[in-house]
Design a protein around this ligand. Structure first.
Ligand code: NAG
Ligand code: NAG
Ligand code: NAG
Length: 436
């Protein structure tokens, strides 16, 4: 406990995370890929949404009070905007959001806070051939006619990557959503429709084109910007919640990795890291290691192949905290020193082992965690919000990542100004006292 306090004080003073080896990063969630809960404006408090409850409410700056109907995810949002206002206005709403959500001031604040790298979640609508045009267009999901997206034009994406690098940050480009849906959850783009990517050869083939386009985008960057691209994730949380699609997922991911090898890894001298993200509810921990071992050579594992496993207390009951007696500890326990010690022990017990299984095995030298947060529960009104508990969550996790020797960690996510009570534990900017 005393060591923790010392660290808290030191870190608060210097404003830096930890000056150790683990790369300190943050996600730019909700920017080029919109998730409804981040725009629920205090009307809803669930992080993971229900199939019958659209939680998206507002879309600033053009629709700061919403537009009279709530929405499920980006595909549902754009479809509803097109229905109500037409394509041109839908494009204006989405582009106005993209233009203002992550400013140069944000990038400067990240650097002051000791952040070294940002992870940029991208939807497939940023990586299709339609993106070659200067102007954005509305495209429709190939498997769900009522899910639409506004393309991210390639010139715009190249400019944004350069802007981040010019501000002194490295970039990890992460493909977070695929046509048809490659995972459960509203970040799949097509929620609440069925994710069918891994059930269709056509969609999986389109997925290879999208990965190819991402590699080409990288190769098109000016050399100085390219040097700032620290890594890639070819698919975020593949087949999450879709265990029965796991074999197709593993085969697809292996072929996608081959594209990366043939387009980038075999040709550039300083190979950006390939963060392969795998998730427990579609593949076992043991199978993750076997997949890594089968897919990569020892040289690749030593040089550029990283295993990336997310870590969230919000869905981990034994480590959870809340106000209503349904969790492992009560938020109000923090009122006494003994209570706070007890909370510390619960948080630390998890923090020191989150990735030990993977690290201790030794097969994969580089293990990372590209998503973690301070949330103690998946319902933000009931989750703990006070500074002492959020500090326990923050410093214990960072210390745990260091002690386990992780290659990198990325907070989920940088800001959530329209997220109501989600903001406390899911916005690093807000937690650090740097505004909304
Ligand atoms: C999220 O919250 C709901 C409501 O309390 C709960 O039923 C559900 O089990 C939670 N999800 C997980 C994975 O903990
Ligand atoms: C690492 O994991 C693989 C897959 O489970 C296993 O075969 C191997 O024995 C493990 N190695 C060590 C040192 O535990
Ligand atoms: C840095 O991390 C390593 C483990 O990766 C640990 O052994 C070492 O003590 C840490 N150093 C500091 C200054 O925290």
């Amino acid at each position: 406990m005393r060591l923790l306090c010392l660290l808290v004080v030191l870190c608060t003073l210097c404003g830096v995370a930890f000056s150790n080896d683990t790369i300190s990063g943050v996600n730019l969630g909700g920017w080029l890929l919109i998730e409804e809960w981040m725009f629920s404006f205090g009307m809803f408090d669930r992080v993971d949404e229900l199939y019958d409850t659209p939680q998206g409410v507002v879309m600033p700056p053009l629709l700061p009070d919403g537009f009279g109907q709530n929405w499920f995810g980006e595909g549902d949002l754009v479809y509803k905007l097109v229905q109500q206002f037409g394509e041109d206005s839908a494009i204006e709403v989405i582009e106005a959001h993209r233009d203002e959500y992550i400013t140069d001031d944000d990038l400067m604040l990240m650097r002051l806070a000791g952040i070294e790298a940002v992870r940029v979640p991208l939807g497939w609508w940023a990586l299709v051939d339609e993106c070659d045009a200067e102007e954005a267009v509305v495209i429709t999901d190939p498997a769900h006619a009522d899910k639409q997206f506004v393309t991210v034009p390639r010139p715009y994406l190249l400019e944004q990557i350069s802007r981040i690098v010019d501000n002194g940050l490295e970039v990890l480009l992460d493909i977070h959503a695929f046509p048809g849906g490659s995972t459960e959850g509203s970040y799949n783009g097509i929620f609440p429709a069925d994710p069918v990517f891994f059930t269709s050869d056509d969609l999986m083939a389109q997925g290879f084109d999208i990965v190819t386009n991402l590699c080409d985008l990288y190769l098109d960057l000016p050399a100085s910007t390219r040097a700032g691209v620290t890594g890639f994730t070819l698919m975020n949380e593949p087949a999450q919640g879709l265990g029965w699609q796991s074999d197709f997922m593993q085969a697809w991911l292996r072929s996608a990795t081959d594209i990366y090898r043939q387009k980038i890894a075999n040709f550039v001298s300083d190979v950006p890291k390939l963060y392969t993200n795998l998730i427990g509810n579609s593949i076992t921990n043991e199978a993750m290691l076997i997949w890594m071992d089968d897919t990569f050579t020892e040289e690749e594992l030593a040089d550029w192949a990283v295993l990336d496993v997310h870590s969230y207390y919000a869905w981990d009951w034994p480590a959870s905290g809340c106000y209503d007696g349904s969790c492992a500890y009560e938020c109000s326990d923090s009122a006494t020193a003994e209570g706070l010690d007890h909370i510390h022990d619960i948080v630390w017990d998890t923090a020191e082992y989150t990735h030990t299984y993977f690290v201790a095995n030794g097969t994969v030298p580089m293990v990372a965690c590209t998503e973690y947060s301070l949330a103690t529960l998946n319902l933000s009104n009931t989750a703990c919000r006070s500074k002492p508990i959020l500090d326990e969550m923050y410093y214990n996790q960072l210390l745990g990542f260091e002690e386990q020797g992780l290659y990198a960690s990325f907070f989920w996510t940088w800001r959530m100004p329209y997220g109501g009570t989600h903001e406390y534990a899911w916005s690093l900017k807000y937690y650090l006292g740097l505004g909304h």
